[in-house]
Structures are given as structure tokens and as C-alpha cells.
Design a protein around this ligand. Sequence first.
Ligand code: ACO
Length: 324
Amino acid sequence: MTKNSYISGVGSYLPDRVVTNAQLSKTVDTSDEWIRARTGIAQRHIAAEGQHTSDLGYRAALDALKNADMSAQDIDLIIVATSTPDLTFPSTATMIQELLGIHQGAAFDIQAVCSGFIYALSVADAMIKSGQGTNVLVIGAETFSRILDWNDRTTCVLFGDGAGAVVLSANKPDVKDAGAGILNTFIRSDGRYRDLLYVDGGPSSTQTVGKLRMAGNQVFRRAVKELSSSMVQCAGEMDVKIADINWFVPHQANQRILEAVAKKLDLRRSQVISTVAYHANTSAASIPLALDVAIKDGRIKRGHQIMLEAFGGGFTWGATLLVY
Ligand code: ACO
């Protein structure tokens, strides 16, 4: 039987501390009005001192396992998408593996910035289809607050911390309501644009962690173009019409990007899951966080067709078409 992969559970975790735009405007030269109008962001969660990316990812993983009705011992592969690992090495994935008490299988990180979750899902799907995984934890976890320049108002207001996770499982004939699972994945990158969105430090270049730098305007324009075309291509390869897809779960960078893409593809606003107001941009964590919100509040149901899409530093971008 040909193996397929489907989402058997979804979970998320947000740090307790919430920082509103008004609170931020006390230390940064900005205003609630500017941030809301330009980005749709109202607040962000910020990890506590000593709370690391692996801690956030671990809690999201526990929630996803509970939702999948599985124990950690059912997991044979962990893939973590992050650009803010606890340490340069070992991987955050092996740290989460240890926190979960898993001593079997494999664990590794993927780095594709805000597209990381789409990349990780694509790899997990391919590994399940080739028989190299049965129940795979795919986690997006970030502490972007640690790589922000809090004196740069053009970037520090945009990001937040958090984690989301899915358990991606090999389809079994006896699983009811499993849907068709992942139908298609599409990933792309183009390194010519590295200077438009990057972190100005790293072990091999500066021996420091560095801070996020971005030419927001240029990122915006490219994101709208590539997000739209990757969704059209991802759906088109499966002969699925964009108009027939129930839900769109985009990377949550900016409400204006979400709306520009929706306008380009003629999507209804109500079909596009948006959590950017509450979470801000949590990079690789933003898609599973938004997915979890929409599943838990009952909008996304088993059998619905969903498009996930992301764009990030690199540039990297991509989309995933699936039946939940
Ligand atoms: N508060 C108040 N004023 C501000 C702020 C702020 N936080 N930030 C910038 N401004 C000012 C600027 O200084 C500028 O003032 P000036 O006209 O006097 O020079 C003015 O606001 C307009 O600045 P722009 O940069 O032109 O504003 P823009 O409308 O482009 O919005 C934004 C900026 C929100 C960053 C937008 O470009 C954007 O969202 N881009 C996409 C960014 C993104 O999504 N990045 C994530 C990609 S994913 C990843 O991999 C991380």
C-alpha cells in the first residue's frame, strides 16, 4: 500500500508574558496606532528569562501528542524548524527529544526562517512516504525576542515568541476521519535576496549571535508575489482550484500581506486564518500556532481542504496543500 501522511494531532504553546503595543511604546519610539495600521499587530508574547526555544517547543509537542491521543514513545522522528536555537549545537530537536524522554528514532533541526515549518512538513511528508518515519513530530519554535534590536523600531515591533507542533502520521487503513492527508508540498528559495532579511551575526562570521535586519518594504512586495504564485502552483499541480479550498493558513507576518495575497487570489477574508493581532510574527511557529487556534475553535474540521503558505529570509517560500 502506498504510504500517505496526515495530521493526527496539533498543539501549541505561548509564553505567559504579553506585551501590548501601548506597553512597547513606553520604551520604543512607536505607537499602538502605527503598529496596528501598518501590521495589524496588537500584542506579542515574550519568553521569560531562562525560557528557551526548546522549552516552548516541548510544551507545544506535549499538546500535539495529547491531541493525537499518543504518547511520546509513539514518535520515531522529530523535526524542529527554528532560527533561534537554544545553542549553536546540539540541535533544538535533540533537546526536545530528551525533554520528552524519547531515546529512539532521530531528531534534527531545519533552518528556513519563516518558511521553516513548510520546509519541515515537506521533509516529514517525504520521510513518511519513503518509509523512514511513522509518527513524526513537526515543530516550529522560536524566541525571536532574543535576536531583535530593541532600538530598531522598524523591526522590533513586528515579532513575538511561541511554538506550534503537529504529529504527522503514516496513514493506516483503520484510522477514521484521517482524510487524504498531505496532497502536495512546494518549497523554493533564492539566495540573491539574503541582504533584505538577515541576522548580522553567526558562529563562522562574527562569533556572535547578531540581530535581525530587514528592508521591510522590499520584503513585503516580494512576499506577496511569491506567496500568491506558490499557492497557485501547489494547488495547480494537483488539479485543485484555489476557489475549492476551504481554509488558508498563512505565515503570520503582517495583516496587510495576508490581505494583499487574499485580494490577488480572490479569497474571502473569512477563509484566511489570522492570528497576527495576538501573536505577531513568530516566524517558523506562526503556521502551526494559527492552525491550532482554528482547529480548537472549531473552524477547521476533519475533511476540510487547507492551504498553508509561508515566506521568509533567504528568501525562502513555499506552500502545503492538505486535507485535515
Ligand atoms: N513606529 C512608528 N513609526 C515607524 C515604525 C514604528 N515601529 N517603524 C517605521 N516607522 C516609520 C519609518 O521611520 C518611516 O518614517 P519616515 O517616512 O519619516 O521615514 C515610516 O514609518 C514608514 O516606514 P516604512 O518602512 O515605509 O513603512 P511600511 O509601510 O513599509 O511598513 C513594515 C513597514 C511594517 C515593516 C512593512 O514593510 C512590512 O510589514 N514588511 C514585511 C515585513 C515582513 O513581513 N517581514 C517578515 C518576513 S518573514 C521572516 O523571515 C522574518
